[in-house]
Ligand binder design. Structure first.
Ligand code: NIG
Ligand code: FE
Length: 404
């Protein structure tokens, strides 16, 4: 049974207490067998039977559960650097989208890409993400917007899940925007999502979740409800991009359909907070998207005080969040979202695992959980985020295998 010892500070992040309770153990050790943790505790209490096996040395550093990026748009063709330059000079995300840029330009590039090309590109991202301490990635479709190309993207995720060490969680996002061929027939596209895409995705078991972009400029509350109710009936768990640009009742709808999470939420209403707390919907903050779209960041403290568990993710995509740097998103959630480093660490581990309904298996360092950890060259979470350095993950383990 492999052993990781000399852990100066172990953040267990078990699912108890409040947002800021990470239940640390100083001078700790962890033992696992195959992919599953068998023992966690103070090194001085390590049972004799666990010594003398394959030993990894954390050299007094901090060990955290493998980071969970619970919101990405990983599979896409092309890039959109020109839009970044336009936005920083003052053009808005919505105006760029209206003039033919935005999501639709990535749809064009994604449709042109082959399955192998999308696979290779995504593999490159996953390898870089593992070096940041990320061990689980939720991946949305949504740049295909036809039966053929949505299924193509989801098949890429299935291959990644089979071939790559990273844990992959696939989400269907056919209702990301209306594709150009349906621009004068919204109803026709919504029918296609409900009558063809959702049944095909469910039948082939290509996704666990169904997400939607609920927004004035994308899908209305009524359209979103219809799609999510159909998805739920087909066995997909709802998720929403909600209240990002306008306060339109997205959080309330998330509570109504018992979504696993509602994400973005910069414009969430007080009622939305109350209803999400009551329904146990995880709130996912995406500070990189606010940063890159020059929008006011979400005040996460308001959600935490209202009883919502807050997770943090990158929203990695080629438009509004073209980086997969989850530690940077964690740092922004401290400085702009007003959560302390321990609160955000819980948001990037066990609460992020809840947002993708994997908390029974990942997100904390406890007996019975997957042996996914990151070794961080910092003495504790406060110092990690205070003296922020992109490159202080010095080792990652997924399913007990050292992958970096
Ligand atoms: O999560 N909100 C919609 N979708 C993405 C943006 C996608 C894009 O710009 O390509 C988001 O921010
Ligand atoms: Fe997104």
């Amino acid at each position: 049974m492999p052993l990781l010892k000399n852990i100066g500070y172990l953040a267990t992040c078990k699912d108890e207490g409040e947002q800021g309770d990470i239940y640390p153990i100083k001078n700790a050790a962890v033992v696992w067998e195959d992919s599953t943790i068998q023992w966690v505790g103070s090194q001085s209490d390590l049972p004799k039977k666990y010594t003398g096996h394959q030993t990894h040395d954390a050299e007094g550093k901090m060990v955290i559960p493998g980071l969970v990026d619970c919101h990405t748009h990983l599979g896409f063709g092309g890039w959109r650097p020109e839009e970044f330059a336009m936005r920083v000079r003052g053009e808005s995300y919505l105006d760029i989208a209206k003039s033919g840029g935005g999501i639709l330009s990535t749809v064009k590039a994604t449709r042109q890409a082959t399955e192998d090309e999308l696979y290779e590109k995504a593999c490159g991202f996953l390898q870089e993400m593992a070096k940041l301490g990320i061990t689980t990635v939720e991946c949305k479709s949504g740049y295909g917007l036809s039966v053929e190309h949505e299924l193509k993207t989801l098949r890429v995720y299935r291959r990644l899940a089979q071939d790559q060490p990273m844990h992959i969680v696939p989400t269907f996002l056919g209702a990301h925007t209306i594709p150009p061929e349906y621009k004068d027939d919204r109803e026709g596209y919504i029918d296609l999502v409900i009558e063809e895409m959702i049944p095909a995705v469910a039948e082939k078991e290509l996704a666990e979740f169904c997400d939607i972009f609920t927004e004035e400029s994308a899908f209305t509350i009524d359209e979103s409800r219809r799609i999510l109710v159909a998805a739920k009936a087909a066995g997909l768990t709802p998720k929403l991009h909600a209240d990002q640009l306008t306060s339109c009742g997205g959080a309330e709808l998330a509570a109504e359909v018992e979504a696993a999470s509602a994400d973005h939420l910069e414009k969430i209403s007080d009622t939305g907070i109350k209803q999400m707390a009551k329904a146990g919907v995880v709130g996912v903050t995406l500070p990189l998207a606010s940063l890159y779209t020059q929008e006011e960041p979400l005040n996460c403290r308001k959600l935490v005080e209202g009883g919502v568990e807050v997770a943090v993710a990158t929203d990695f995509n080629p438009g509004s969040a073209p980086t997969f740097d989850l530690p940077l998103a964690i740092m922004l959630t401290c400085n702009q979202g007003r959560l302390s480093p321990v609160e955000v660490l819980k948001g990037a581990t066990i609460y992020a695992a809840k947002a993708i309904r994997r908390d029974h298996r990942i997100g904390s360092i406890e007996k019975g959980k997957s042996a996914d950890f990151a070794i961080i060259d910092a003495p504790n979470p406060d110092f990690w985020m205070y003296h922020y350095k992109g490159a202080n993950c010095v080792g990652s383990f997924i399913n007990g295998e050292r992958i970096f």
